[in-house]
Design a protein around this ligand. Structure first.
Ligand code: MIC
Ligand code: SF4
Length: 645
């Protein structure tokens, strides 16, 4: 029986366990990446493990918190730089660009295994690299050991047949895929792309598609490594990193779907979820206040080329705030050299630093009840920094057409109106290589690691108790994101200061959540989070588990939990349980008092009975942890587990 692309890579890296979907296996890891908001905790945890050097090819990027309003970001930056220097990690300075765009350009390698402390790590799948997003603690463990555990996903093949029509783009393809799979119910799945349409999709376009797989909650997405990949790596002057990689003809997939790419039209994801996809045509004419081009989904040189082509001779509508953040220095430098930046400036664009910026609410919040069109991957409520804004996700083509007209506009109609022929976009045969902002480590053990006042040691946890008296701290609905749990934007600067950041847990949903949990915690009462389907969607933000842990949350009782968040909960010693009977979800209420006995036995057997004292009702719940995860949980989290080992 033949193998899929993912199976081939896993087989090459397999250390223990059977490569069967649903099984937990151990693999060796070639590369790791981190970004700054998750990096500080990851490296503090790495240091706590006592390793003297990383065992992986590792890169630490600073791309999220680059605003430096106050000392906090800069404290993080210097900590990250010095720790990288000491332990053998390449450091990417702020201003160099967004981790995923940079990693694709400078480090992606077909057939390699990459784990990254960011949910959009699968961007690397666009170059045939198996790339998985995980929490920072797992990165710390992998850097120290070179090894990583994960659950082998079931693999679905998505065949892309045919070629995109003019003015339709890779973003429209992934929005179509999202419409099909939605953002929930895909835990434990991975996608491999194939089909006759592949030769027409460049690596940056493929990366747009694998990047947004994260929004479906899948483990990863990957394209084969073919001539297109070879051309890209050659243009990045890294031909030696290329090797061919394809699924065997007789590879077996859990499912297969086919998408007619030539039938795809410009799509748009409406507020407040990336799967609220409709055609642009269906909501044309809605006035827009802001249009932003950038983020790790659509900030490549290819994206800027088509945008500049459309912008020529035009100017952004007077009432539209229009901005561009190139994904990397390389993109920015090429855009400057080839006149694209001048076109954008003439068109009235605001030029932003190569960084995440507006994508995670670090600046550029829209006006009250504003309508913002972005080429980002996420439009969760409030993520832009304005709670009542409506954020729509679009392709660069739709973004530019709408920036110019001031209303949501189908780029095909825009082109027809201005008699604009669809251009042949030639990607450069050679990209400009400027690695100035990558700092190679000296690995000098005497390097002083600088820890400023913004950085606090990660809080410690106790082994899991056998009995709990607890209160329901909050009752939530479906699709609660990690942005809902631990908000991004201006609060991101507290990511290295867990007690401070914890004050904001669920702050936009239940402002007194943290205070109540803390006073319960101090009185010896644990807190329980109750949620519906797909709890913990979105980012790999381990703070969404770490901060609740700090507040005394011991249990998440949900209908289902998303993959990365589920691992984070285990790693920070929080028990996740799912309801056996959904009526129990209906009956339980915020503030109910719960009693949980015999938990050690319950964790081992996977069956726990909860007594709801307030409602005088027993609730049956189950947990589906692997044997290893049970041990981690009983130890009180991954760090305790590793240190005890
Ligand atoms: C995001 O896009 O939500 C982030 C900010 O990049 C997060 C990372 C984090 O919160 O540490 C992600 O995607 O994992
Ligand atoms: Fe940065 Fe946005 Fe990409 Fe997250 S999704 S890594 S915030 S650009």
């Amino acid at each position: 029986m033949g193998l899929t692309i993912i199976e081939k890579i896993v087989q090459k890296h397999l250390l223990s366990g059977e490569m069967k979907s649903g099984n937990e296996i151990q693999v060796s890891v070639d590369q790791t990446l981190t970004q700054d908001v998750l990096g500080t905790m990851a490296y503090l945890q790495f240091q706590a493990l006592g390793a003297d050097k990383v065992k992986t090819r590792s890169v630490s990027y600073v791309d999220h918190n680059t605003l430096q309003s106050g000392f906090e970001n800069a404290d993080d930056h210097i900590y990250l730089q010095t720790v990288a220097d000491k332990y053998g990690i390449t450091f990417s300075k702020p201003g160099n660009g967004i981790c995923h765009q940079l990693h694709l350009e400078r480090f992606s390698k077909p057939g390699d295994f990459l784990i990254g402390g960011d949910s959009h790590t699968p961007t690397g799948g666009g170059a045939g690299q198996l790339s998985i997003g995980v929490g920072g603690l797992e990165i710390a463990g992998a850097m120290a050991s070179g090894k990583f555990y994960f659950t082998m996903p079931k693999i679905i093949r998505v065949n892309l047949e045919g070629r995109l029509q003019p003015w339709c783009s890779a973003k429209d393809i992934i929005l179509e895929v999202l419409k099909h799979f939605t953002t929930k119910g895909n835990v434990g799945t991975a996608i491999e792309y194939g089909g006759s349409g592949l030769p027409y999709l460049t690596v940056p376009e493929r990366a747009t598609i694998t990047n947004m797989g994260a929004e479906m909650g899948i483990t990863t997405s990957i394209f084969p490594s073919d001539e297109v990949t070879q051309t890209f790596l050659k243009a990045q002057q890294r031909l030696e990193d290329w090797s061919p990689l394809a699924a065997d003809e007789d590879a077996v997939y859990a499912d297969e779907i086919t998408i007619d790419v030539s039938a795809i039209v410009p799509n748009i994801a409406c507020p407040h979820s990336p799967d609220q996809v409709v055609t642009v045509e269906s909501i044309e004419g809605l006035p827009v206040d802001q249009v932003l081009l950038g983020s790790c989904t659509n900030s490549s040189y290819k994206d800027l080329l088509i945008a500049a082509y459309m912008m020529q001779g035009h100017k952004a509508f007077d009432r539209v705030s229009f901005g561009i953040a190139p994904g990397s220095r390389q993109v920015q430098e090429m855009a400057m050299q080839n006149g694209l930046m001048t076109t954008f400036m003439d068109g009235g664009a605001r030029l932003f630093e190569s960084a995440c910026g507006f994508c995670c609410g670090a600046g550029q919040s829209p006006k009250s009840r504003g309508v913002s069109l972005r080429t980002n991957n996420r439009n969760y409520k409030g993520r832009s920094g304005t709670q009542d804004a409506d954020v729509y996700l679009v392709s660069p083509e739709t973004a530019i057409a709408s920036a110019i007209t001031g209303v949501i506009t189908d780029p095909r109609k825009f082109a027809a109106k201005y008699n604009l022929a669809y251009p042949t976009i030639e990607l450069p045969a050679e990209y400009i290589i400027n690695d100035t902002l990558f700092i190679k480590p000296t690995c000098n053990p005497d390097t002083e690691v600088v820890i400023g006042p913004n950085i606090g040691a990660p809080p410690k946890n106790q082994p899991y108790p056998d009995t709990l008296e607890a209160k329901v701290g909050i009752k939530l609905g479906d699709k609660i994101t990690t942005d809902d749990i631990t908000p991004a934007g201006s609060l991101l600067k507290y990511r290295s200061n867990v007690p401070k950041y914890s004050e904001y847990v669920f702050s936009f949903i239940k402002p007194d959540f943290a205070k109540t949990c803390m006073s319960n915690r101090d009185a010896g009462i644990a807190s329980v989070i109750v949620a519906g389907e797909s709890y913990g969607q979105g980012s790999s933000r381990e703070h969404a588990a770490l901060c609740p842990m700090f507040l005394g949350v011991k249990v998440v009782l949900a209908k289902s939990v998303e993959r990365i968040h589920s691992s984070n909960l285990v790693n920070f010693g929080i028990l996740q349980l799912t309801f056996v009977d959904s009526q129990d979800y209906d009956s339980i209420e915020d503030g109910d008092t719960l009693v949980l006995d015999n938990l050690h036995q319950g964790i081992k057997s996977g069956k726990v009975t909860i007594f709801n004292k307030t409602k005088n009702r027993y609730i049956k719940a189950v947990s589906s942890l692997t044997e290893r995860q049970k041990e981690i949980l009983l130890a009180g989290g991954f760090l305790n587990f590793l240190l005890d080992a």
